[in-house]
Design a protein around this ligand. Structure first.
Ligand SMILES: Cc1cc2nc3c(=O)[nH]c(=O)nc-3n(C[C@H](O)[C@H](O)[C@H](O)COP(=O)(O)OP(=O)(O)OC[C@H]3O[C@@H](n4cnc5c(N)ncnc54)[C@H](O)[C@@H]3O)c2cc1C
Length: 458
């Protein structure tokens, strides 16, 4: 059958093209030569062979939450995996097999009735595969590590159209390379991931008016240096848009928020959170919750939206660092940003375990991330400039090292994983994709050196 007649191949002259090329991030305007929406592994193989015959590059998309790193995609076949999304949960062996288009909520919500969860992040509808290929930090990360490290097996279609399985016993180099290097090695058609039993869990949010940003963030930065690994949190400055689906008490407000989860009893959580409660939050929702509650704790936007964001990892922060953040994007700065975030790292995220994948661990203290939405004339440029200003203001506390999932400007993968790991990753890439057919979101390039020197990549 000619692809022109095949309903899964969508060309620019097809009325379905705009829907098929659409990414979750509406600011990404992807215009590939053809989009393929596979519903089986055979379809994936057919698409890879088609691209090979016509010398097209291949970009794979789960949801397009990370799509802002792609250029227009000329001469590219976009594999949109959204229809290949089955999930099988194996309660007894505490694992799940998820196909490439599966979202976190597809696997987390059905399993929580068995007391099991997975290492999901803050958004229910980010793709499990894209998230895990880039690392993956969520509410259990400081206790259990990166999502990439919870991957047990990967099923991958390589550039020659072969389906291979990579796990701890077969294709072990490939298995190493697929855990945290950002992809670009083939089409992941499915992953097996570990599930985690959760007995006692306390989670919630603490909220203050953003006039108190300096005080709250200074306390947060100091607290984070000795916090136990049972707690994983985030601290954010938020300028919440006045949208109708936002709870009334938060709609249109400017606030400083600490949210997160403690794996432990309410008593343990109270002790851990005491330094923040001393600051008298206006809203305090921390309390015992079922594991399923974590998936919407952060109140991330779920419908597609246009976003311009970027991030970098930073080391321990002091009062001066907090002043740099608040003075650039806090009260009275005219900041156009919706969100400025510090995600707490450390704990298990800092420990590289034997047999770890290419990323293995994150050596920063926080993953810094800032976001705006280019709604209205000139807002996009203002957002871009403010994010660059923030990264510059934080340069003294940063080694410029990106965390791939929060880097929304294209960075060199070598800067995220280090020179030695990149050299090994290049050997794996040469073995499965010798012609460089697959494009990851980030640049498949060695460390630029800027990360180590602490320079800021705008
Ligand atoms: C609202 C929001 C909340 C987020 N929260 C978190 C969080 O809590 N923690 C965190 O770590 N990150 C978080 N992220 C970042 C997110 O993990 C990355 O954007 C991730 O890349 C998204 O994966 P995706 O598959 O949904 O997106 P996509 O843009 O579809 O995929 C990202 C990249 O992954 C690769 N890829 C995806 N699927 C495949 C496949 N089947 N085969 C081969 N390669 C593939 C491709 O290179 C693609 O460019 C968040 C992002 C947003 C927008």
């Amino acid at each position: 059958m000619s692809p022109r007649n095949h309903h899964q191949f969508v060309f620019p002259d097809d009325s379905r093209y705009d829907d098929a090329r659409q990414a979750w991030n509406l600011a990404a305007d992807l215009r590939p030569a053809v989009v393929v929406l596979p519903t089986s592994v055979d379809d994936v193989v057919a698409a890879v062979e088609y691209a090979g015959e016509r010398d097209l590059r291949i970009v794979v998309q789960g949801t397009g939450h990370g799509a802002s790193v792609h250029a227009a995609l000329d001469g590219t076949l976009l594999l949109n995996m959204r229809e290949l999304c089955a999930v099988e949960i194996d309660v007894e062996n505490r694992r799940a097999r998820v196909e490439a288009g599966a979202l976190w909520e597809d696997v987390v919500l059905p399993a929580t009735e068995h007391g099991l969860t997975a290492l999901h992040g803050s958004s229910p509808n980010v793709g499990i595969v894209g998230y895990s290929l880039g690392g993956g930090i969520g509410w259990l990360a400081r206790a259990h590590g990166l999502s990439a490290e919870s991957v047990l097996a990967v099923e991958l279609v390589t550039a020659d159209g072969t389906l291979v399985r990579a796990d701890r016993t077969q294709n072990t180099d490939l298995f190493w390379a697929l855990r945290g290097g950002g992809g670009g090695l083939g089409v992941v058609v499915a992953m097996e991931i570990a599930r985690y039993a959760v007995e006692e869990l306390v989670a919630g949010m603490l909220i203050w008016p953003w006039e108190r940003s300096s005080e709250v963030l200074t306390r947060y930065a100091a607290w984070a240096q000795t916090a136990p690994s049972s707690v994983s949190t985030s601290a954010r400055l938020l300028q919440i848009p006045p949208l109708p689906d936002i709870p009334e008490e938060l709609r249109g407000r400017q606030i400083v928020v600490i949210d997160g989860a403690v794996l432990g009893s309410e008593g343990e959580a109270n002790e851990i959170l005491a330094p923040f409660r001393e600051l008298g939050p206006e809203i305090d929702t921390f309390g015992p919750v079922p594991a399923a509650a974590l998936i919407r704790l952060h109140m991330d936007p779920e419908p597609p939206m246009p976003g311009i964001g970027d991030g970098v990892m930073v080391d321990d922060l002091d009062a001066e660092a907090v002043a740099a953040i608040v003075g650039t994007a806090g009260p009275d700065t005219g900041s156009p940003l919706i969100m400025v975030e510090l995600r707490q790292l450390g704990g298990a995220l800092r420990e590289r375990k034997p047999g770890a994948g290419v990323l293995g661990a994150l050596d920063g203290s926080f993953a810094f991330y800032a976001l705006g939405s280019p709604m209205g004339p000139g807002v996009g440029e203002a957002v871009e400039q403010r994010i660059v200003a923030l990264k510059q203001a934080l340069a003294p506390w940063s080694r410029g090292k990106p965390y791939l999932n929060f880097a929304e400007k294209r960075v060199a993968i070598g800067d995220a994983i280090g020179a030695e790991a990149f050299a090994r990753l290049e050997r794996v890439k040469a073995s499965v994709d010798p012609d460089g057919r697959f494009r990851a979101g980030h640049l498949f390039a060695p460390a630029t050196g800027t990360a180590a020197e602490g320079a800021v990549a705008a």
